[in-house]
Design a protein around this ligand. Structure first.
Ligand code: COA
Ligand code: AMP
Length: 641
């Protein structure tokens, strides 16, 4: 049943009295000790939620649900077309597995505050591992399985985990990806070494074990179950690394208390889900969406969550998502627009969807990148339910802009817009000087402090970077890194990053990091990486490189080297497949590379040639190069016309 609250009144109340508003929301959860200071500031001036309170997220997700009578209700439905497995776990089963794995981890010496790195694909054992860490107050850091050993090593050195839990492998379409050799390579590169590596063996690939250090996941499950540890609300629940503008990822920290309160609230108000209802988030547990809406949000709310190991297409076909909705009577579905575009490409008429009974579905939620109006219209027409594009980031951990399905008098979604500010978020569009811009004018999207509960209180071991990257530009605001505008009716449109971050098939990457890899090649004098528009993946990176004088390497060989280097260092998920050799890069007279102008050129957008460009003719050469290779919407559109 919907709360008898209008969107406008709820949003206004959340900004008028944040402490009061969130204290009322916190009262819906079980606290071992009630917070004494709902909202406070630490010695750095950073905001903290619910100081003095004690609780445990794993307890709230499992024990508390069982106490409320959900022992036999499905908590997790694992559906894996790539391994031909379907299995349902009730709340009682998930609790038992979690409590025993926590016991096994404790026997290895894992205690409150220790870090545990999890490198596993979407499989129930990974969810259990996350919940087991939370149970002990250990801080988990899940690393997406598509990341290469170098990225894993960087995260190991930053998080310094006592234990790494990994799968023996994953399955990409019909290709097995053994994970253990990747972990070994990462450990060989890392300075820090964990005490133990716990391996979950899968029947299609067996990992070699290093005696003394490596342990079998199933062995750990033989331990006696342990109860949840009561934790301060401000204690970190997890670290999730995300791409910044350099090669060093940012360790986004989430705490127990604020996170639980925010996610519980969002399950009701944003997604309109009641206990017992079913959510299918087609994301990966390695991303924020997976943390929040495959694992924690659904369980905190007593819902059933579908954990899917596969792709929207080719596992086995473009009807997989719809089969899942029908089979499990899914009420809310969440995916990235790129997944819908992939389905649309293979099944443009939506024939596979039409074969399924989708009557349980009430909403399709999209995030990860802006949903283009064509995809929005196609999905809405096909499914006959509201399509809700909503905006959020790893940093926020839950939506900042949305059309809230669970509140009354909510303006309907509008194509191209991510909707309205979610309660708790005071979203502004600012100019470079930090002043609000009028409706219709594009600016920097910023959120007035304090951010609501659930948002990151800081970066792992890096308060200075937290302040500098997010808070320093405009005092009193969190700078999101996105650009956008608001229309006359109050709808906000997020139009893309204003920094060196790009989104490739819903995966967040740093062009700065790719540039560092290209620049390390002995033949490369300088380079620029652009995120250019792509019909399927939203954006893909393209490198433009200038050779050092006297270099004779062929363009084809250089491109092969660079593609291989990016794949080896970041991973295949970067989809870096094109590097063009150019004579020079366009720059301003002060030496700034005109990346935005080149991107606009590739995307076929109108642009004004900067007056300060040192040599305008170089852009014509780059245009010719892009055209020759058919790169960029400007040229692929022409090619297909
Ligand atoms: N482990 C190992 N490799 C992985 C991987 C993983 N977990 N995830 C991706 N890769 C590899 C792929 O195998 C592929 O390798 P290849 O270049 O050798 O073929 C490469 O990374 C690119 O992967 P991807 O972008 O996923 O391409 P795809 O063709 O396999 O699938 C889509 C295309 C659009 C179907 C897919 O990207 C998709 O489903 N995107 C949605 C993402 C999403 O939901 N994000 C959630 C954020 S909210
Ligand atoms: P991530 O931290 O990986 O979730 O990526 C966050 C980034 O994805 C944001 O900064 C945006 O650039 C982009 N993004 C996420 N959701 C949306 C959306 N609904 N509309 C536009 N961009 C989005």
């Amino acid at each position: 049943m919907k709360p008898a609250c209008s969107y406008a009144a709820t949003h206004a109340a959340s900004l008028a009295d944040p402490a009061g508003f969130w204290t009322a929301q916190a009262a819906h959860l079980h606290w071992d000790k009630k917070p004494t200071e709902p909202l406070s500031q630490d010695a750095n001036g950073f905001y903290r939620w619910f100081k003095g309170g004690e609780l445990n997220t794993s307890f709230l997700c499992l024990d508390w649900q069982v106490e409320q009578g959900r022992a036999h209700q499905p908590a997790l439905i694992y559906d894996s077309p790539v391994t031909h497995t379907q299995r349902t776990y009730t709340y009682a089963e998930l609790l038992d597995l979690t409590a025993r794995l926590a016991g096994g981890l404790r026997a290895l010496g894992v205690e409150m505050g220790d870090r545990v790195l999890i490198y596993m694909p979407n499989m129930p054992e990974a969810v259990v591992a996350m919940l087991a860490c939370a149970r002990l107050g250990a801080v988990h850091s899940v690393v997406f399985g598509g990341f290469a050993p170098h990225e894993l090593a960087v995260r190991i050195d930053d998080a310094r985990p006592r234990v790494i839990i990994c799968a023996s492998g994953g399955m990409e379409f019909d290709r097995v990806i053994p994970y253990k050799p990747l972990v070994e390579e990462a450990l060989a590169k890392a300075t820090f070494q964990p005490d133990h590596v716990v391996v979950c063996q899968r029947d299609f690939v067996t990992a070699e074990m290093q005696p003394g250090r490596d342990l079998d996941y199933q062995e750990l499950l033989r331990a006696a179950p342990v109860p949840a540890v009561s934790l301060p609300a401000t204690h970190p629940l997890y670290i999730l690394y995300t791409s910044g503008t350099t090669g060093r990822p940012k360790g986004v920290v989430r705490d127990h208390g604020g996170h639980a309160v925010a996610l519980f609230f969002s399950m009701k108000t944003v997604y309109d889900l009641a206990p017992g209802e079913v959510i299918f988030s087609a994301s990966d547990i390695g991303w924020a969406v997976g943390h929040s809406y495959i694992v924690y949000g659904p369980l905190l709310r007593g819902c059933t969550s579908v954990l899917f190991e596969g792709k929207p297409v080719r596992t086995p076909d473009a009807g997989t998502f719809w089969r899942i909705v029908a089979q499990y009577r899914v009420n809310a579905m969440f995916t990235a627009p790129t997944a819908i575009r992939a389905i649309k490409k293979e099944d443009p008429e939506g024939l596979l969807a039409k074969k399924c009974d989708l009557s349980s579905l009430r909403h399709l939620f999209l995030a990860g990148e802006r949903c283009d109006p064509a995809t929005y219209a196609w999905a809405g027409h096909l499914l006959g339910v509201p399509v809700v594009d909503h905006w959020w980031q790893t940093e926020s951990g839950w939506p900042m802009l949305a059309t809230l399905a669970g509140l009354e008098e909510m303006p309907a979604p509008r194509a191209g817009s991510a909707g309205h500010p979610v309660p708790g978020y005071d979203v502004h569009i600012l100019d470079e000087a930090g002043q609000p811009v009028p409706a219709g004018t594009t600016g920097l999207v910023a959120v007035k402090l304090p951010l609501p509960p659930g948002c990151f209180p800081t970066l792992w071991n890096d308060d200075v970077r937290f302040r500098e990257a997010y808070l320093s530009a405009y005092p009193g605001y969190y700078l999101s890194g996105d650009g956008g505008y608001r229309d006359d009716d109050g709808y906000t449109y997020i139009m893309g990053r204003v920094d060196d971050v790009i989104n490739v098939a819903g995966h967040r990457l740093s062009t700065g990091e790719i540039e560092e890899i290209l620049a390390a090649h002995p033949a490369v004098a300088e380079c620029a990486v652009l995120g250019i528009a792509d019909q399927l993946r939203g954006q893909v990176p393209v490198g433009l490189v200038v050779l050092k004088d006297g270099q004779t390497i062929g363009e084809e060989q250089l491109e092969k080297d660079l593609v291989a280097n990016v794949r080896a260092q970041i991973g295949a998920l970067a989809c870096f497949r094109a590097a063009l050799v150019v004579k020079r890069l366009p720059k301003t007279r002060s030496g700034k590379i005109l990346r935005k102008t080149m991107r606009q050129l590739a995307d076929g957008e109108d642009f004004t040639l900067p007056a300060t460009i040192d040599d305008p003719l170089i852009l014509d050469e780059i245009r010719a190069d892009l055209q020759r290779r058919g790169l960029g919407l400007a040229f692929t559109a022409k090619a297909s016309a």
